[in-house]
Ligand binder design. Structure first.
Ligand code: HEM
Length: 460
């Protein structure tokens, strides 16, 4: 399949589609949003079995087309500024504010390019020892326990990893002193309220709505970031660009006041990155531990791969953990943490005889793409070998846990790195058993429910 040459026809305004061109199957139903939010996996599976990998729904209001075939995914990911624009729900857009990557499509590329160095390459290398130290210290606290509540424990460690990297706040150094939020637990709680605000269904600014509470939490978090930025400027006359994501942006602004960054953009970007990363990453780490609990036959191979790589985990050593990478990818395939972003069609397009009409929303769904037999052999089987280097599975547009095109996840590399370190350290430190089947929260992100516990035994 030559995906470079996507035979896509873009219709001009007023141009009628040729005869024989049909919209996707299925009529949108009034309760689609509720059914999707309750269980996106089931919604996708049942409709896929009935209608195939492309079908109409009414999720989030209006007509929304869910797609999963490689060509349709490519069409979704590559339409920016040509025939699509990002179209998140109104509450979500308002929560992002005008400095996000989404409100200004014209500035998206420039902003994303400026942000990327803070999460990749030499900066990522620089974060490694601290990520590793935080994971090791975090899981050391589990050593005398026989059971842990998996998700909250893992999330707490991910919080300790991501807040210093992204917000430039180091709890051990008393960085919160003199700031409007005085403790880690207050920050964590506020962040949870902020996150929930993105998915409030009613756009009413009131303490009675998730959106209203989210907007208030956002204002407080912005105030916090202003305090953190002021403090950093007082402490460092010339800001160190390599210390963290915040420092990278502040140093860039210091060097070029007319460039991409401004104080407003910096405050907002810190919040955006934390919003995008914490629960996704914690959810993924837990899902890997869970899947390995269900399929323990892969643990020995993973441990063998670990024996040579012990003390200092460098990017090179992590790269050599090929089987671990395959297990993480197979977890992302079977339990994708989220769907990709909604895109709205700004023009009608035709692909493979299907009409996608202007103003409809299109979503590339990993829950469909990852279960297509033409993308993955026996997709219902958990089989990490399909992601080993000599395998032909897991191609671009077929494996889409991090989306694709210009809006592809900015944190994919750091997310994979954190997960690799987490699982490598956990594998070496503990044996574990599941306590029955886990229940998951499915929307907006897939994560194991708070109360689910696993049994652990220290290997030291
Ligand atoms: C398991 C971890 C993660 C998963 C599964 C994930 C998944 C995704 C997905 C599906 C998208 C939408 C892409 C699209 O629609 O094409 C996205 C976008 C994004 N992600 Fe992630 N993500 C993860 C972790 C992170 C982390 C750690 C960060 C940053 C520290 C991050 C930052 C972002 C940003 C900024 C965007 C928006 C990019 C844009 O619109 O240009 N993500 N992510």
């Amino acid at each position: 399949m030559d995906l470079q040459n996507l035979e896509l026809e873009i219709l001009e305004v007023g141009q009628n589609p040729p005869t024989g061109i049909k919209p996707p199957p299925r009529k949108p139903k009034w309760d689609d949003t509720l059914a999707y939010i309750a269980d996106p996996e089931r919604f996708c599976r049942e409709n896929f079995q009935k209608y195939g990998p492309i079908f109409q729904t009414s999720i989030f209001g209006g007509t929304t087309i869910l797609v999963g075939s490689a060509k349709a995914n490519q069409m979704v990911f590559n339409g920016d500024l040509k025939y699509t624009e990002i179209a998140l729900p109104a509450t979500t857009m308002e929560m992002f504010g005008e400095y996000s990557l989404f409100q200004r499509p014209d500035l998206h590329r420039q902003r994303k390019t400026a942000l990327r160095p803070g999460l990749t390459g030499s900066m990522l290398k620089r974060y490694l020892p601290e990520i590793d130290r935080t994971v090791c210290n975090g899981i050391k606290n589990w050593q005398n326990q026989s059971k842990i509540a998996l998700y909250p424990e893992v999330e707490a460690i991910c919080f300790d990893i991501l807040v210093p990297i992204l917000l430039g706040i180091n709890f051990d150094n008393g960085d919160l002193e003199g700031l409007p939020i005085s403790s880690k637990s207050e920050l964590k709680q506020l962040y949870g309220t902020f996150f929930d605000g993105f998915y409030g269904l009613i756009k009413w600014k009131s303490p009675l709505t998730a959106y209203g509470r989210g907007i208030a939490a956002r204002a407080k978090l912005i105030e916090l970031m202003q305090g953190v930025i002021n403090k950093r400027r007082q402490q460092e006359e010339k800001i160190d660009p390599t210390k963290d994501f915040l420092g990278m942006m502040l140093a860039s602004l210091q060097e070029n006041p007319e460039g991409v960054f401004s104080d407003r953009l910096i405050e907002n970007q810190c919040l955006l990155q934390l919003w995008a990363s914490l629960y996704e990453n914690a959810g993924l780490d837990c899902s890997v531990i869970y899947q390995l609990g269900r399929y323990p036959q892969y643990i020995e191979t993973l441990r063998k791969e670990q024996t040579a790589n012990k003390n200092n985990l460098s990017l090179e050593i992590l790269k050599e953990m090929i089987f671990l990478e395959a297990v993480i990818k197979e977890t992302l395939r079977t339990l994708p943490p989220s769907s990709t972003a909604n895109r709205k069609l700004t023009k009608s397009v035709i692909l493979e005889g299907i009409l996608y009409q202007k103003d409809w929303v299109i979503i590339a769904e990993p829950r469909i793409a990852h279960n297509l037999p033409e993308h993955f052999q026996t997709p219902e089987k958990f089989n990490p070998n399909r992601f080993l280097p000599n395998s032909k599975e897991g191609k671009m547009y077929e494996f889409i846990p991090f989306g694709g095109g210009v809006h592809a996840c900015l944190g994919a590399q750091i997310a994979m790195t954190i997960t690799k370190i987490f699982i490598a350290r956990f594998l070496n430190a503990f044996d574990w058993n599941l306590n029955g089947e886990a229940k998951f929260v499915n929307f907006p992100l897939k994560k194991i429910k708070q109360e689910y516990q696993i049994s652990i035994a220290s290997r030291c």
